[in-house]
Design a protein around this ligand. Structure first.
Ligand code: CIZ
Ligand code: SF4
Length: 336
C-alpha cells in the first residue's frame, strides 16, 4: 500500500502541480517540495513555472504574491495560515496611519510607502496605489537605497524592527507610529508601523551575552526581524537565504548561534554535518506556529480535493487588488 508521501507524489504527477515550500516549513514538507526557498524566490519560481497549479506550503501572503505576479495560475494552500506580523496591518490601518501622518502636517506627496513582503495583498495594493514598493529581507537594503534617493519620508510597514534596522544601517532618524512622540515622528526620515514578528522577538541581548560568555569565539547570526538591539550586537544579520550561505561559508569548526525560525536552524545543523557547533540563539524553541501548521495530511487532502473537483483553500485576490498590488511587487522586482 502506498504511504502518504507516495500518494502525494502520485497526485502531484496527476495534477501536473508544482509544490513549493518556505524554509520555515517542517522537514517532511520540504522533502516533498519541488523547490524550497524564501518568499521572494518562491514567488518568482512559482509564477514563472509552466505548471498551471501551484501548491504553496507557507503562509497566506506568500500564496497571494504568486497570484499578484501570475493571476491566471491557480494556487492552493494546504493551510491558509496567516503570518501574525502580516495580520497586524490591513487596508483600514494603512489609511488610519496615513491620516495620522497628515494630521501631523506631513502631506501624502511627501510620503513614500514601503511594505515588507510579509503583508497581505490589500496592503500591497494600498502601497501600489501611492506608487510605493514592496521589499523582502533579501533585497531590503537595495530597495531602501532607492527609497532614500526619492528624498521623501519613508513609511515602512508592518515590521518596525526591519524598518528601524534599515534606518540605523543608513544613519537615518526613525520613529514608530503609536510609540514615538509626534515631534519625533515629524523629525524622522523613516516612520515605521508598529508591527513585529513574535518569533524573532524571542532572541534577546542576554541570549547573545550568554553564548559569548560560554564560547568567546562564537559567531552570532540573526534575522533583521529581530530587535534592533539584538541586530546591533550580532556579527551578521541577513535574510534566510543569506543566513544559509553565510553559515555554509564559515570555517568547518566555527561555532555559530543563529536567531531565526527553528526549522531552518535545525536543517542548517543537519546540512552542515557539524551539529554540535550550530546553536539556536534562544532558550525557548523559536517555532513559528503558523508555518508549523502544515502537515502531510493537509498537503494530501488539499491536492485530493482539487483532483476531485472540490477545491478548497484556493487563493483568490480581487482584480483591483491584483492591479495595484502587482504594481508595488513588480517595482520591487525591477529594482532588485
Ligand atoms: O522573505 C521570507 O521568506 C521571510 C519571511 C524571511 C526571510 O528572510 O527569507
Ligand atoms: Fe510571520 Fe514571524 Fe512566522 Fe515569519 S516567523 S511567518 S514573520 S510570524
Amino acid at each position: 500500500m502506498l504511504d502518504l508521501k507516495d500518494k502525494i507524489k502520485s497526485l502531484k504527477k496527476d495534477l501536473n502541480a508544482l509544490i513549493v515550500a518556505h524554509y520555515y516549513q517542517r522537514d517532511e514538507i520540504v522533502e516533498l517540495a519541488d523547490f524550497c526557498g524564501d518568499s521572494l524566490e518562491l514567488a518568482k519560481r512559482a509564477s514563472s513555472a509552466d505548471n498551471e497549479l501551484i501548491v504553496f506550503c507557507g503562509v497566506s501572503f506568500m500564496g497571494q504574491s504568486v497570484k499578484l505576479l501570475s493571476p491566471k495560475k491557480r494556487v492552493i494552500m494546504p493551510r491558509l495560515a496567516c503570518c501574525s506580523m502580516a495580520r497586524m496591518i490591513d487596508s483600514s490601518y494603512f489609511d488610519k496611519s496615513i491620516a495620522k501622518l497628515e494630521s501631523l502636517g506631513i502631506e501624502q506627496s511627501e510620503i513614500f510607502p514601503m511594505t515588507y513582503i510579509n503583508s497581505n495583498a490589500d496592503v500591497k495594493a494600498k502601497v501600489g496605489k501611492m506608487n510605493g514598493v514592496v521589499c523582502t529581507s533579501s533585497n531590503a537594503a537595495k530597495i531602501f537605497d532607492y527609497a532614500l534617493s526619492l528624498n521623501k519620508k519613508i513609511f515602512f510597514m508592518p515590521d518596525r524592527c526591519l524598518g528601524v534596522n534599515l534606518a540605523n544601517k543608513n544613519h537615518k532618524k526613525s520613529s514608530i507610529l503609536g510609540l514615538s512622540s509626534d515631534k519625533t515622528i515629524k523629525e524622522s526620515e523613516v516612520i515605521c508601523y508598529d508591527g513585529f514578528c513574535s518569533i524573532h522577538q524571542l532572541f534577546s541581548v542576554s541570549d547573545i551575552e550568554f553564548y559569548r560568555e560560554k564560547y568567546s569565539d562564537i559567531i552570532i547570526v540573526v534575522h533583521p526581524e529581530c530587535d534592533p538591539k539584538v541586530v546591533d550586537k550580532a556579527d551578521f544579520s541577513g535574510s534566510t537565504s543569506q543566513i544559509i550561505s553565510f553559515v555554509a561559508n564559515l570555517p568547518e569548526n566555527a561555532k555559530v548561534a543563529v536567531g531565526t525560525e527553528f526549522n531552518l536552524v535545525n536543517r542548517l545543523t543537519k546540512q552542515n554535518g557539524n551539529k554540535e557547533n550550530i546553536f539556536v540563539l534562544s532558550s525557548t524553541k523559536p517555532e513559528c506556529p503558523t508555518m508549523n501548521e502544515t502537515s502531510l495530511e493537509d498537503l494530501y487532502n488539499v491536492m485530493l480535493s482539487f483532483k476531485e473537483d472540490m477545491p478548497y483553500n484556493e487563493v483568490e485576490v480581487e482584480s483591483d487588488v491584483i492591479e495595484y498590488g502587482a504594481r508595488a511587487l513588480n517595482k520591487m522586482l525591477e529594482l532588485s
